[in-house]
Design a protein around this ligand. Structure first.
Ligand code: SF4
Length: 365
């Protein structure tokens, strides 16, 4: 423990805090934890697999959103060997709507490597886990501690907030990363780490919440420095607001007499790669409809549908307008990434959420 850290935490006897913190948290967790589908029977041979899948899904996405995706995913691929045989297209389809699709691709690659190089057994060793696609410091710690009960320190947003408040670390979380990491490691118990890791994250999710912390129900409240100093609402300091870009685009909905629609595979390496969507213009920041409409996939009478859709990405607000055309036959597009697909078969394609919204809006799916 650095002198600096000792100074900041002078109110606490750290050794005392360590014992008290993990013991109280684990007791509280065993009485209060949420019954989540990946928190099943620890003796189930597929328990580590379920933790692996849940950790991939929970990166960037909240628990409530993840639950139905997790359940569908496990029903389809109940173990690592079945997942290793899946196609990327199938994975993307099951990931449809969850966002951050590279997680799904990496999960598939990880399952394939584990299936071949580790005989289908998820490794518990840190270096092995870190060598797998999509597994970084946080996910490796979560898998090691939750799935294998190893001593490993999980530090997600909830843990950062709990530690920052408990030790009254002023400022933004990102300015206290080093101290939070040292304190989190220091507090990690040698035994019973599976329950401890989940307990500290659960306290952050249920009690020590970002806006409304429920200190009166908190098991560590009598030792919490922020509570003692009246700083709970001030710690952590709010992040700077992200300035989102406002962009516009046009989606082109072409439908023919035999109820097929034209869709196309996204080529963008960074965003929604390999997902399917209605043909779309570039995303631009100008009010220039002629430029957008000139990017239609073929010449036809395209009519404005009327309803605009606002779609929010983490860094972009996208305003979409849809233009529709009805054609008598399947117009040939000389690009293998364009396809006419019967409406009844659209469910076989991983569609981007915006396209799904447009199709639902038009009563096509
Ligand atoms: S007492 Fe309040 S601020 Fe302190 S750890 Fe508990 S919930 Fe968070």
């Amino acid at each position: 423990m650095s002198t600096n850290l000792k100074f900041k935490s002078s109110y606490h006897d750290l050794e005392q805090s360590k014992l008290f913190f993990s013991k109280e948290l684990k007791k509280w967790y065993l009485k209060n934890f949420r019954r989540l589908p990946w928190r099943g029977n620890k003796k189930d041979p597929n328990y580590p697999y379920k933790i692996l899948v849940s950790e991939f899904m929970l990166q960037q996405t909240g628990v409530k959103t993840v639950i139905p995706y997790f359940e569908n995913f496990i029903a389809k691929w109940p173990d690592i060997s079945s997942l290793a045989k899946a196609s990327e297209n199938e994975i993307l389809k099951y990931w449809q709507g969850l966002g951050y699709y590279s997680r799904g691709r990496n999960l598939l690659k990880t399952a394939q490597i584990i299936n071949i190089d580790y005989n289908g057994i998820i490794p518990s060793n840190l270096d092995d886990l870190l060598s797998l696609p999509g597994i970084g410091e946080y996910a490796s710690a979560a898998i090691r501690s939750i799935a294998f009960d190893k001593k490993a320190t999980v530090i997600d947003g909830n843990v950062k907030r709990v530690i920052a408040r408990f030790f009254a670390l002023n400022g933004k979380l990102k300015d206290n990363e080093k101290d939070i990491s040292s304190l989190a490691k220091y507090l990690t118990p040698n035994k019973g780490n599976a329950n401890y890791s989940q307990a500290i994250m659960e306290l952050g999710a249920l009690i020590c919440r970002p806006k409304q912390s429920n200190c009166s129900d908190c098991v560590v409240s009598h030792n919490c420095l922020s509570l003692k100093k009246g700083l709970v609402s001030k710690i952590p300091e709010a992040k700077n607001q992200i300035n989102k870009k406002n962009l516009r685009c046009v989606s082109f909905l072409a439908i023919n007499k035999s109820n097929s629609v034209l869709i196309t595979k996204r080529k963008n390496e960074n965003l929604l790669k390999d997902m399917w969507q209605l043909p779309s213009s570039d995303w631009i920041n100008q009010d220039n409809n002629n430029k957008l409409l000139s990017q239609a996939p073929f010449k036809a009478k395209w009519s404005e549908q009327g309803r605009k859709i606002n779609y929010k990405f983490s860094h972009i607000n996208l305003l979409n307008e849809t233009y529709i055309t009805n054609v008598s036959s399947k117009i040939n597009i000389r690009d293998e990434d364009f396809k006419w697909v019967d409406l009844k078969s659209l469910h076989e394609y991983p569609l981007v959420t915006l396209t799904k919204k447009i199709l639902i809006d038009n009563n096509l799916i």
